[in-house]
Write a protein that binds this ligand. Structure first.
Ligand code: TZP
Ligand code: MG
Length: 213
């Protein structure tokens, strides 16, 4: 990574929400609208298909200096030379992932409880994915939502950049930033939008003005 990571508008992909559109096209439009980092999240495809998609996204994003992170799969990240990985509580433990991916990889961890936040504090993780902030139909097997108050108190007991995820849309994005998030991660607000570029532009403006006030 030659550029420092910019967490402001973090797109998490979901092919089940993009209809007949091509994922690479949706991501391209989202980046044109102002997405600053992308996570490829695939829950049911084969390893071959995951690798192929990841390679195609990397070919799009690398020249634009937009980092590509791989959800769950350290092996896929390593195989294609992605910028890093995003890992949850049942994925590979952080110390093992860091050993495999090396000191320059971006590694983010999902945190769903204060105990998980505490566990991450000695580690040099690149960011925490605070999950979920609000209930969301996109992912229903979550823990109790943090809410804005939970996010605010987490921000006081944590030393890592915070990327908030879950139920975030233009109407509540500013409140999430004001509660202490460094960036906003979205799935449906961009993947399910009729125009991913416009959706990203609106979110990015909201985030940028919230960060400056
Ligand atoms: N992890 C926690 S909530 C979530 C993930 C992947 C889904 C967020 O989706 P949306 O559509 O932005 O609420
Ligand atoms: Mg995971």
């Amino acid at each position: 990574m030659n550029h420092p990571p910019d967490w402001r508008l973090y797109l998490v992909t979901d092919r089940s929400l993009i209809g007949s559109r091509n994922l690479v096209d949706v991501v391209r439009e989202a980046v044109q609208g102002g997405v600053t980092i992308v996570q490829l999240r695939e829950k049911s495809c084969s390893t071959r298909e995951f690798l192929d998609l990841a390679r195609r996204l990397l070919a799009l994003l690398k020249p634009l200096h937009i980092p590509l992170l791989i959800n769950d799969r350290v092996d896929i990240a390593l195989a294609i030379g992605a910028d890093g990985a995003h890992l949850g509580p049942s994925d590979m433990p952080y110390p093992d992932a860091r050993r495999l991916l090396g000191p320059n990889a971006l590694i983010g961890l999902s945190v769903q409880t204060p105990a998980q936040v505490a566990e991450t504090q000695p580690w040099d993780v690149d960011y925490l994915g605070v999950s979920p902030i609000f209930p969301t139909p996109t992912k229903t097997d979550t823990g109790t939502p943090w809410g804005l108050d939970g996010l605010r108190s987490l921000a006081h007991h944590n030393r890592h950049p915070l990327v908030a995820i879950g139920g975030i849309h233009p109407h509540n994005a500013a409140a999430v930033i004001h509660a202490g998030a460094h960036g906003i991660a979205v799935v449906s607000a961009i993947c399910a939008a009729p125009n991913p570029r416009t959706a990203a532009t609106t979110l990015r403006h909201t985030i940028d003005s919230a960060l400056s006030t």
